[in-house]
Ligand binder design. Structure first.
Ligand SMILES: Nc1ccn([C@@H]2O[C@H](COP(=O)(O)OP(=O)(O)OP(=O)(O)O)[C@@H](O)[C@H]2O)c(=O)n1
Ligand SMILES: C[C@](O)(CO)[C@H](O)COP(=O)(O)O
Length: 235
């Protein structure tokens, strides 16, 4: 029987690329906010111990969340960068929820369409050096030169696009994030910190519908998926 895992949902971003009048995680996706839909993926799942949502210091939206008073949903203050928010989430779990060696999941608030089957794939994956959901590249990959021209065409057979959840032991991930911060290494996902530390995490097949809502057009894609009941917990 697997021990239920905590999930950290970093939700302290401002959604600059979305160019909306509120942080993108609070935009409505067919009647529910993106963040509320993301929390719904985890909150009642039997393999999830609890949900820790990292909020911006000035967050004035969470108070209206459907999950604001749920007994398995906790909030904490995030940081300036995504990695800061995840690091603070780990510190919260280690201090307030006595999480230590157990694996934790980190999942972007901006990915509201993760399916229950993909969630269970990463939870049940038995890797010893952590694991992430990812998708094999389906387009030809070009590397760009500084002048904007094509530098090279990469062999796409070995190219995977990282998604979340990403799963690592809480204390190891905290140490790795602190290490890359101390070293001044810029990272865009938790896995990069573990790789920098020498870990070789596993790639677990994600799903093309596990999109990260980043640009305005992504909202239309997400709405189309929800309206066709693709992976959404509820319409
Ligand atoms: N300081 C930050 C920055 C980002 N995030 C979260 O990390 C996830 C993925 O980041 P991204 O898609 O880049 O969100 P934003 O940083 O808000 O977007 P942008 O880069 O366009 O501002 C989002 O759920 C975002 O809320 C966070 O918790 N804390
Ligand atoms: C973590 C992530 O979703 C994996 O693809 C991605 O790196 C987040 O990038 P963002 O720029 O913080 O959205």
């Amino acid at each position: 029987m697997i021990q239920p895992l905590w999930v950290i949902i970093p939700a302290a971003g401002i959604g600059q690329r979305m160019k909306a009048d509120c942080p993108k995680q609070y935009l409505s996706l067919l009647g529910k906010t993106i963040l509320d839909r993301t929390v719904a993926i985890f909150v009642n799942h039997p393999m999830i111990a609890g949900v820790a949502v990292g909020l911006g210091e000035q967050d004035g939206y969470w108070a209206d969340s459907s999950w604001v008073s749920h007994p398995r949903v906790f909030t904490y203050h995030g940081g300036m960068e995504r990695s800061d928010t995840v690091l603070k989430g780990l510190e919260y779990l280690l201090q307030a929820q006595q999480v230590t060696e157990q694996d934790v999941l980190v999942h972007d608030a901006a990915r509201p369409l993760l399916s229950q089957s993909a969630l269970e794939r990463i939870i049940l994956h038995q890797g010893v050096q952590g694991a992430i959901l990812a998708m094999p590249a389906r387009d030809t990959i070009k590397q760009q030169k500084a002048n904007g021209k094509i530098q090279a065409t990469l062999n796409r057979d070995a190219i995977w696009l990282a998604q979340t959840p990403q799963k690592f032991p809480a204390s190891d991930l905290l140490q790795a994030l602190r290490n890359v911060q101390t070293q001044g290494v810029a990272i865009t996902d938790e896995c990069s910190a573990m790789e920098y530390t020498g870990w070789q995490p596993d790639l677990v097949l994600g799903e093309s519908t596990n999109i990260k809502v980043t640009f305005p057009e992504d909202l239309f894609i997400a709405e189309a998926l929800v309206s066709h009941n693709i992976n959404s917990i509820s319409k």
